[in-house]
Design a binder for this molecule. Structure first.
Ligand code: ADP
Length: 484
C-alpha cells in the first residue's frame, strides 16, 4: 500500500495521532505521531484496525465491526503498540469523508490519567485526614461536654434527695430531664462519629435475652402508660434464653425505636414482638418489630428515614425535637450485627419498624452445624411487604364509634386527673389526644372541645372541669343511641 496518496494530508505533522482505515479494516494512512506513538517505523501501513484496537474493533466478512457509533463525540479507547503494550487514548471516530472507511483522530492520555489518579489519591488522603481530625474533634468535644453535664446531673440528684419543697423538686426534675436528654444527644453524636470513621467496635457477651427485653420495657413503660397508651410485648418461645451479642447496642436500637414510637403516637398502642427467624448451627437470626398506631410516615419519606440528620420535615423537628441521628445509628448498628432494618408505615395509621440480627446461641442443647426450620413467622417479615398494622386502633380514631367513645372518656378522665394534680403540661398532652380523637365530630362538640382546649391552655381549673363534664355528658348520651 502506497502511503503517498494520503501523505499530502495537512494532518501529517499534527500533534494528535491520525489514522485512516479502509472499509475492510486495513490502515490506509498514519501520520508521524501515529508511527511514533504506536512504535512503528514506516511499517504501519497495511496493519489491521483489530491489531491497533483489539478490544474495540473486529473485522468480519471484510467489514469493520464496532460498538462505537461514529461521530464527533469523544470516546476513550485503548490503543496497542507494535510491541503489544497499550495506552489509553481519547479519540474521535468518524467516517472518512468521500471514502469508504473510518478516520480516527486521537491523543495519548496516559500522563493525564496518571495525573488524575495522583490527584484523586491525594484528595482521598486529604478527605481521610479531615475525617480523622473531625472524628477526633467530635470525640473530644463530646467528652468535654459529658463531664459538666454529668457534674450537673450528680448535684441535681443530690439536691433532689434533700429537697422537700414540691415546687423546687419540680424544677430539679426538669433539670434532671434536660441533662438526661443532653446525655442522649452527646452519646448519639459520639456513636455516629465512631461509626462514620469505621472505628465502632461491638462488644459481644453472653446475656439473657428476656431480661434485656424486660429492662428495655421498664425504660419506657411509665411514659407509655402516662400517655394513655397500651403496651404489648411478645417473645416467641423459640427465642433462645441466652445469646452472645452486644446487649447494650441491641438495647440501644430497641430503646430508640420505642422512644420514636412513643414520641409519634398519641392514641392507641405500641407493640414489641421478638421472633427467631432462622438458625444455622450455633447462629440464630432474631427478628424484632416495634409497631405503633401513631402519625405514620408518607411513602415518599421512607427512604429519608435512615439517612443521617434526616427528619421527615422541618415541622416534625419543630414539634417533636430530635437530631435525626437515631435511625441512622440503628441502621449502622444492625448492619454491623449482620442484619437489616426496615419500615412499613401508613400515614395517620401507624408504623412498624423491624430489624434482624445474627447472634451466637449459648445453649448446650443446640447442636452445632444443625440447621433448624425457621419460625412460621418468617413468612411475614416486613421485608416481604406483609402488613403488620392492624385496624383495631385505627377504629378508635373515628369519631362516633364505640372504641372512639371509650378512648375519649379514658383520656378525659386522665385530663381531669392531671388538672386536679395541677400538672398542666401533661394535661395539654391529653388535650391534644382528645382533639385528635374528636376530629370529624359534630359542630357543637367541636365548639366544646375548642373551649376546653383554651381552658387547659389558660390553666383554668373551673372551665376545664366544666368542659370535661360537658363532653362526658355528650358521650354518654351518644352512647345510648348507637352511632350512624
Ligand atoms: P430523631 O433522633 O430526631 O428522632 P430518628 O432518626 O430517630 O431521629 O427519626 C427520624 C425521623 O423519622 C423522625 O424525625 C420522624 O420524622 C420519623 N420517625 C421515626 N420514627 C417514627 C415513628 N414511629 N412514627 C412516625 N415517624 C417516625
Amino acid at each position: 500500500m502506497e502511503p503517498c496518496e494520503y501523505g499530502v494530508f495537512p494532518v501529517k505533522d499534527a500533534l494528535e495521532i491520525v489514522l485512516i482505515f479502509g472499509q475492510s479494516g486495513e490502515i490506509l494512512y498514519a501520520n508521524t505521531e501515529a508511527e511514533k506513538n504506536l512504535g512503528y517505523q514506516g511499517d504501519l501501513y497495511g496493519r489491521r484496525i483489530s491489531e491497533v484496537f483489539p478490544g474495540e474493533f473486529k473485522e468480519s466478512g471484510g467489514g469493520i465491526l464496532s460498538d462505537h457509533p461514529f461521530g464527533h463525540e469523544i470516546r476513550k479507547l485503548i490503543a496497542y503498540r507494535k510491541n503489544h503494550t497499550c495506552f489509553p487514548v481519547r479519540a474521535r471516530i468518524m467516517e472518512a469523508e468521500g471514502r469508504e472507511g473510518i478516520y480516527i483522530c486521537m491523543a495519548d492520555v496516559t500522563l493525564e490519567e496518571e495525573y488524575l489518579s495522583r490527584e484523586v489519591s491525594q484528595r482521598k488522603q486529604e478527605v481521610e485526614e479531615a475525617l480523622k481530625v473531625k472524628s477526633e474533634f467530635v470525640a473530644n468535644v463530646t467528652h468535654e461536654l459529658r463531664t459538666p453535664v454529668n457534674g450537673v446531673l450528680g448535684h441535681v440528684r443530690e439536691l433532689s434527695d434533700k429537697e422537700t419543697d414540691e415546687a423546687k423538686q419540680k424544677i430539679l426534675r426538669v433539670i434532671e430531664r434536660c441533662c438526661d436528654d443532653m446525655n442522649k444527644i452527646i452519646n448519639n453524636i459520639l456513636d455516629f462519629s465512631k461509626l462514620e470513621a469505621g472505628k465502632f467496635v461491638l462488644e459481644p457477651r453472653r446475656f439473657h435475652v428476656r431480661d434485656m427485653l424486660d429492662y428495655v420495657r421498664s425504660n419506657h413503660i411509665n411514659k407509655i402508660t402516662e400517655k394513655g397508651l397500651d403496651f404489648f410485648m411478645t417473645v416467641s418461645p423459640q427465642v433462645p434464653e441466652y445469646i452472645i451479642g452486644d446487649e447494650l447496642r441491641i438495647g440501644q436500637i430497641l430503646n430508640n425505636l420505642l422512644s420514636n414510637a412513643l414520641k409519634f403516637t398519641s392514641v392507641g398502642k405500641i407493640t414489641l414482638e421478638v421472633f427467631k427467624t432462622a438458625q444455622v448451627g450455633k447462629k440464630a437470626e432474631l427478628f424484632f418489630i416495634v409497631i405503633d398506631s401513631g402519625i405514620g410516615i408518607d411513602e415518599g419519606d421512607k427512604d429519608k428515614l435512615f439517612q443521617s440528620f434526616s427528619q421527615v420535615d422541618a415541622s416534625i423537628s419543630r414539634k417533636y425535637g430530635g437530631t435525626g441521628l437515631g435511625l441512622n445509628i440503628c441502621k449502622q448498628l444492625v448492619e454491623l450485627m449482620g442484619g437489616r432494618i426496615g419500615v412499613e408505615s401508613e400515614k395517620n395509621k401507624g408504623s412498624a419498624f423491624s430489624f434482624s440480627i445474627w447472634a451466637d446461641v449459648d445453649d448446650p442443647d443446640v447442636e452445632e452445624g444443625k440447621a433448624e426450620e425457621p419460625e412460621a413467622f418468617s413468612q411475614r417479615t416486613l421485608f416481604d411487604g406483609t402488613s403488620f398494622l392492624d385496624d383495631e386502633y385505627d377504629a378508635g380514631k373515628h369519631y362516633g364509634t364505640e372504641e372512639n367513645r371509650e378512648a375519649l372518656s379514658r383520656n378525659l378522665s386522665k385530663l381531669i386527673l392531671c388538672v386536679e394534680m395541677e400538672n398542666w403540661e401533661k394535661a395539654e398532652m391529653f388535650m391534644e389526644t382528645i382533639r385528635q380523637l374528636s376530629e370529624g365530630a359534630p359542630r357543637d362538640v367541636g365548639r366544646v372541645i375548642l373551649r376546653l382546649k383554651m381552658a387547659v391552655q389558660k390553666e383554668n381549673y373551673e372551665k376545664t372541669a366544666a368542659g370535661v363534664e360537658e363532653l362526658k355528658t355528650f358521650l354518654s348520651s351518644e352512647g345510648e343511641q348507637p352511632a350512624g
